[in-house]
Design a protein around this ligand. Structure first.
Ligand code: BGC
Length: 726
């Protein structure tokens, strides 16, 4: 911490005082102009012919320092998956790319989320950032969503716990994290003009529950409402979301910053609960600049409301230590240690989907390996948009255009081919880009084993059109499978794809977008240095016709990015179809078969379960789990619950725990149960109706292993939290 001498010790610089007092005192000391400078800020990169603001490191957002008050600038960076560097605004800057958040979801490992979050916080702090725009917590309501790689899963419990713990990790490094995009913002096509329509109880039991749990666990310093509208009102001026739920019910005390270019008004927005206009230079008007000045002068916005917005920002900055331990560019970063964390995260998230005749793990005695496709000789694919992380050495191809910035399709420099060669140095490993099917099929016939990488690029601002693998990759897989019976498919698809070819190949690994250690992680799993333990964080459907909304909006008919004029009427997207039954709960409700269910994932070992027993307070279940196979491995104990005889109560995940077991080892596992998932929202309460409930340990959302039935009494919990959360 910087030295504070008794002379300059002000009320707010005294770290012994609590953040509330300090924030109030600092707000009082600020001039009106200083306060206004923190109410709206530009995108802090050169854009539309303008330079970045003076003092800005160059990143998503910047709010100036108040040196005379000892308050640092807010330097805000995107950081869903590592520290972003959109548009290469900091030339030469490198960063560690984490696996996509969805892959972290697949790890089912809150500890890992904490550790990777801490890595992001540490890297951000050492680069001079004190606010990072992480914490994606939208539920996957559409597997075609362009940005689902930035979100955790289709399940509220898993999402809440992973996003929450990742925020804990980030903020432990004196950096504020956001949680975003509040709320129900699952699709990119038309994202700046779509209203997500859904009933209030269903919303509270699904997307809001994920945010609520993540906020309880993570206490993020800031919340970012999305671009979309919710039930006809922009999220950034939605009093239900920003005031009734967030403040009055959950007792949230951080600040609400708009998404970039997502503010739509002055008085309505601030009086509904928005605190800051972010990315103001891509909004049509400086709503929280001169118009806010006028509104304060006229009394339409009380000056106390301005103070409140400032106090909220300061309080969060004080709480995480961003003011006592100021971030400065040029800090030391151990990139090799961070790459290893990213690799471990990828190893924990890769899902083994298929392994016929235990073809995997491959023996190190192989001498002739063919690797095909997806630039596997160079790196691993990552998702595009503001979250993009571009470590030095990335392969950058043309991607898309987004809000005036061109987006590159980035392959992060972790080559699977190189990693395979390191594990089997005596083997000949040939790479083929797979474009000439005849030529690669001929090579496949000669090889002992074929590893084909299938890819699908997803990006912010655009959904994928259809769920099929693009560019003839399906035909390529089928062709390779007919040339060689030993074809292993590795998916780098950032989310679900249709897999009509899946039974033609003996092994499939889901590697999402695996980040800076992705190539090494894939090779380690393929050769059995690591036993796979990831579980699907989403359902892979058999057909798009089975989705709640099979049709997609034609991107040519809508505006999807900020900064572009919207002249058409708002589009209403009907999420009442599935309501709170997102993902696997929808498929179970309509009784449709799936390719791979939520929670599914194979291992190189096997586990057996004892019987379940329930704690007397009904708050947890206990089960013995044994590793009955020959190698060490991790098991995700998944507990699902449903109300017997009530078809409106689909089985849902109510608790989970990841455990590691040596061969032959047994562990007693206690799994906490989330009471809100056994309840429904009725009026102002969570209500669990008295009745007979069943708890089951399942190997995935659909497959019971063991269970118990029990009578539970009526139980209620007010929506209004008794203790405030930050
Ligand atoms: C994205 C946010 C991001 C912001 C700043 C927006 O386009 O939706 O997630 O944090 O840009 O880059």
């Amino acid at each position: 911490m910087d030295e504070i001498s008794p002379d300059n010790m002000q009320e707010w610089t005294d770290p012994r005082r609590n953040p509330d007092e300090r924030a109030r005192a600092a707000t009082k000391a600020m001039s009106h102009a200083q306060k206004m400078a923190w109410m709206s800020g530009p995108m802090a990169i050169p854009i539309n012919g303008k330079e970045k603001p003076e003092g800005a490191i160059g990143s998503a957002g910047y709010f100036p320092a108040m040196a005379e008050l000892g308050l640092p600038a807010q330097q805000q960076s995107d950081a869903s998956l590592g520290i972003g560097n959109l548009g290469d605004v900091r030339p030469g800057d490198t960063a560690t790319a984490l696996p996509s958040s969805l892959m972290l979801g697949a790890s089912f490992d809150p500890e890992l989320a904490r550790e990777t979050g801490q890595m992001v916080g540490r890297e951000g702090h050492a680069k001079g950032f004190n606010v990072v725009l992480g914490g994606g917590a939208n539920l996957l309501r559409d597997p075609r969503g362009g940005r689902i790689f930035e979100y955790v899963s289709e399940d509220p419990l898993l999402t809440g716990h992973i996003a929450g713990n990742s925020i804990v990790g980030i903020q432990s490094e004196h950096v504020v994290s956001t949680i975003k995009h509040y709320a129900i913002n699952p699709e990119e096509t038309g994202r700046v003009m779509i209203s997500s329509d859904i009933g209030e109880s269903a919303l509270r039991e699904s997307d809001l529950l994920a945010f609520e749990m993540a906020i309880e666990i993570g206490k993020p310093g800031a919340v970012m409402p999305g671009y979309n509208l919710v039930n006809g009102t922009w999220a950034s001026e939605n009093a239900f979301l920003l005031t009734q739920v967030l403040r009055n019910e959950w007792g949230y005390r951080g600040w609400a910053m708009s998404d970039w270019g997502a503010t739509h008004s002055t008085v309505k927005a601030i009086m509904s609960g928005l605190d800051v206009q972010s990315g103001a230079n891509i909004d049509p008007e400086p709503f929280f600049g001169a118009p806010l000045e006028k509104a304060i002068e006229s009394g339409a916005v009380p000056s106390e409301r301005l103070d409140e917005s400032i106090t909220r920002q300061l309080r969060s900055l004080f709480t995480v230590g961003a003011i006592d331990y100021p971030a400065k560019p040029g800090g030391k970063i151990d990139y090799e240690a961070h790459r290893k964390i990213a690799q471990r995260a990828a190893e924990g998230g890769i899902v083994l989907l298929r392994n016929e005749q235990a073809i995997l793990p491959l023996p190190a005695t192989l001498r002739h390996i063919l690797v095909v496709g997806a630039h596997a000789d160079t790196g691993v694919l990552s998702g595009g948009g503001s979250s993009s992380v571009t470590p030095t050495g990335s392969l950058k191809l043309d991607g898309a255009e987004f809000a005036g910035v061109s987006l590159e399709k980035v392959y992060q420099p972790s080559s699977p081919v190189r990693a395979i060669k390191q594990i089997v140095p005596e083997a000949t490993v040939i790479y083929d880009d797979g474009k000439d099917h005849d030529a690669v099929a001929a090579r496949a016939r000669e090889a002992e084993i074929v590893i084909v990488f299938a890819e699908l690029w997803r990006s912010e601002g655009q959904d994928v059109q259809g769920l099929s693998l693009p560019d003839d990759q399906e035909a390529l897989i089928v062709r390779l499978a007919s040339a060689n019976p030993k074809v292993i498919v590795v998916l780098e698809t950032g989310g679900p794809v249709l897999m009509p070819w899946r039974e033609k190949v003996p092994a499939i690994l889901n590697a999402f977008y695996p980040g800076s250690g992705g190539g090494e992680a894939i090779a380690a799993i393929v050769f059995g240095k690591v036993n796979p333990s990831g579980r699907q964080p989403y359902t892979t459907p058999l057909s798009e016709d089975d989705l709640p909304r099979p049709d997609q909006i034609d991107p040519k008919t809508v505006v999807s990015n900020p900064g572009q004029p919207v002249t058409q009427p708002v589009i209403h997207r009907d999420y009442t179809v599935e309501g709170a039954d997102v993902g696997y709960r929808w498929f179970s409700r309509v009784d449709r078969k799936v390719a791979y269910p939520f929670g599914f994932g194979l291992s190189y070992t096997q586990f057996s379960y004892g019987s379940l027993s329930l704690a007397s307070d009904h708050g947890s279940v206990f089960v013995d789990v044994t590793n009955t196979g020959a190698v060490s491995g991790a098991e995700v104990v998944q507990i699902y619950a449903f109300r017997e005889g009530d078809s409106s109560f689909q089985p849902r995940l109510v608790g989970f725990s990841k455990i590691r077991l040596a061969p032959g080892e047994t562990a007693g596992v206690s799994v906490g149960l989330e009471p809100r998932l056994l309840a429904q929202v009725v009026g102002d309460n969570w209500v669990r109706h008295a009745g007979r409930y069943r708890l089951e340990a399942r190997s995935d959302a659909l497959t019971p292993i063991t269970g118990l039935s029990m009578d539970l009494p009526h139980w209620t919990l007010p929506l209004h939290h008794s203790t405030p959360v930050d």
